[in-house]
Ligand binder design. Structure first.
Ligand SMILES: Cc1ncc(COP(=O)(O)O)c(C=O)c1O
Ligand SMILES: C[C@@H](O)[C@H](N)C(=O)O
Length: 356
């Protein structure tokens, strides 16, 4: 019963089989392989316009490189105070931006509001002492499992663009947000004002494959050099392109995300039927943030459930975690089985379960 993260699962079978198949025979190196060209064309089709694509191996690398192309060393990137780029990437964005800083803003559920961003930006000094803000970064899905709607993205992008900032979307769980919204990829990216998307695939079926996608290829002019000097231009580029080729084929990625989201919905509903359990934030994608009685948390862990506690910093204003409670994050994925969900819920509701 492992709900620690969608990072803990391996790759889906089609992705693994595609990797084995792509291994045969020689292929041009460093991204000149035919699979990379096919993936680039697939992304242009997916987003319904010409896009510039840079394949990399990690989400952190994707975010750091994307921001480095938008923000000069003397600049500022604005994000949520709990954004992955500010909390979990060990300074990679600042490092690749060569000294630029990240400014974290508040928001319930790690979600930014246009007024909060506008007030911060308009309050900045115009003096040369102030690092000028050049990018706004939002996570889709947010770090607290919430999803931005197209209108919410557009409102944030309007605030950013009106003040000369570009918009970066950390799409580590882009597929989960897309299927949750029932939109087309273009509707929650460039049509809503997003300038660059880090398209995550690792958590949703790939072994390690992400894509930095610029919707105006001119903005990506420096990416080949940035990627090369970061060490993300793999000599055997087929290792990334084969994964993404299979991931995008036959809407495999969407089926994976739909399954993960459906499992999270079952888990969330089943947990909330247990007295004393409530959600810190709504379950909108593949992450369940629940406030549990400590006794229940202990019972679940004793039964073998694996998941992590979460810091209750951007709770709704009227919500609190009591002394005898704990806020936890449970993450589902394409590999989460209904049996895993049933087993955890059986423990939560005090029903007998057979040894795993
Ligand atoms: C919201 C978010 N963005 C970016 C990343 C970075 O991905 P990686 O761990 O591949 O660097 C993660 C990792 O899980 C994440 O949760
Ligand atoms: C927690 C976070 O750093 C990690 N990327 C995860 O989502 O599991």
């Amino acid at each position: 019963m492992n709900f620690a993260s969608d990072n803990v699962m391996g790759a889906s079978r089609p992705v693994l089989e595609a990797l084995v198949a792509a291994n045969d025979g020689p292929m041009p190196a460093y991204g000149a392989d035919p699979l990379t060209a096919r993936v680039e064309a697939a992304f242009c089709g997916l987003f319904e316009r010409e896009v510039a694509v840079s394949l990399v191996a990690t989400g952190t690398g994707a975010n750091a490189l994307a921001l480095s192309a938008l923000v000069p060393p003397y600049g500022l990137a604005v994000c949520h105070a709990e954004a992955h780029i500010i909390d979990d990437e060990c300074g990679a964005p600042e490092f690749f931006m060569h000294g630029a800083k990240l400014a974290g803003l508040p928001g319930v559920g790690a979600k930014l509001a246009p007024d909060t961003v506008a007030a911060y930006l308009d309050g900045l000094s115009r003096s040369v002492k102030q690092m000028p803000p050049r990018a706004l970064s939002i996570s889709q899905v947010t770090e607290c499992g919430l999803v931005y709607t197209p209108d919410e993205i557009r409102a944030l992008a309007d605030v950013a663009h009106a003040r000369g900032l570009a918009v970066h979307m950390d799409g580590a769980r882009f597929a989960n947000a897309l299927v949750a919204l029932g939109c087309r990829p273009a509707e929650i990216t460039w049509k809503a004002g997003v300038d660059v998307l880090t398209f995550g695939a690792t958590k949703n079926g790939c072994l390690a494959a992400e894509a930095v996608i610029f919707f105006d290829p001119a903005q990506a002019e420096s990416m080949p050099w940035r990627r090369k000097r970061s060490g993300h231009t793999l000599s055997k580029g087929r290792l990334l392109s084969a994964q993404l080729d299979a991931y995008l084929a036959d809407s495999h990625w969407l089926a994976n995300a739909r399954h993960a989201n459906a499992m999270a919905a079952c888990l969330s509903q089943g947990l909330c039927e247990r007295p004393g359990v409530r959600l810190a934030w709504a379950t909108q994608a593949n992450e369940v943030f629940a406030i549990l009685p400590r006794s229940l948390d202990e019972a679940l862990r004793a039964a073998g459930a694996v998941y992590h506690p979460w810091t209750p910093s951007s709770l709704p204003p009227d919500e609190r975690v009591a002394e005898d409670e704990v806020l936890v994050r449970l993450v589902t994925s394409f590999a989460t089985s209904p049996e895993m969900i049933d087993r955890l819920l059986a423990v939560a509701h005090g029903r007998r379960v057979a040894a795993e």
